[in-house]
Write a protein that binds this ligand. Sequence first.
Ligand SMILES: [Ca+2]
Length: 291
Amino acid sequence: MNQKGFTLSELMVVIAVIMILSGAVFIRINEARHRAKIANGLNFSKQISAKAGIGVMGAWSFDSNEGSIFYDFSGRGNDCDGSLGSVNGSDLVEGVVGQGLDLNTGSDSGEYLRCGVSPDFSSLEPIEAVTIEAWVKTDDQTGNRFIATKWYGYSLESYRSGGVNAPNGRFCVFVERDGSATPNEKTQCIQFNTGHFNNQWHHMVGTYNSDTRKLEVYLDGKKDNERILASGWGSYLIENSTANYLTIGMYASNYFSGVIDEVKGFKVALSETEIRKHYVQGLLSGKYVSD
Ligand SMILES: [Ca+2]
């Protein structure tokens, strides 16, 4: 890309994209004629975010799509493809900010997105730390309900009953554990303490920091639980399967049911202040109804 070639209007788009990345404002840009300029802006913002150390892995707003493709606004190019799960523009509904995706409600089933660019998933593979966040309005909380998952790696879930009991949801990370080849020992999870209810919007976030060995979950802008992993394991870095897409709305044929919006991933553990800021941005959209 030739950065010298930016016109004033392109620079305005670049500024808008940077503001999206910084969480200052969310905008809807749907018109096809703006996409080329957006692409320029995203390419530029990728360099900015890398320099700023934001560590963003993906930002999926569901506010801009083309058929079954839902764009990643992080600049990482990890667009989501809904074609395998029969997800397209007809599944867009009112979200917390702009549009959200209605998955597996009513007569719909088998709906999910897969995100990333095969075969190089490195931009979705955190090593030292990770944050996954999403707004969800659940419709059915039974069985196993996956919000956003890249396994092995990390997973944010709104409900879990298969094998474990986490009726308020949970966040899991696949942690290097020297001397163990057993997946169950490497899978480290933290449950949400506080329940969230169907047909209401809730902001769910999971973080992990290998330096502090700490897992944390946040519900509606407040820290809900934390867990420090036991000492003596050797490495606490995150292991990743390099073969898998990140999926939204499903993992291993276990489907989320409800509306998902504003899914974001970072290769850092966001602070409580930053998470609260993201939550407030959802509140300010005016669509959120507090209980
Ligand atoms: Ca949205």
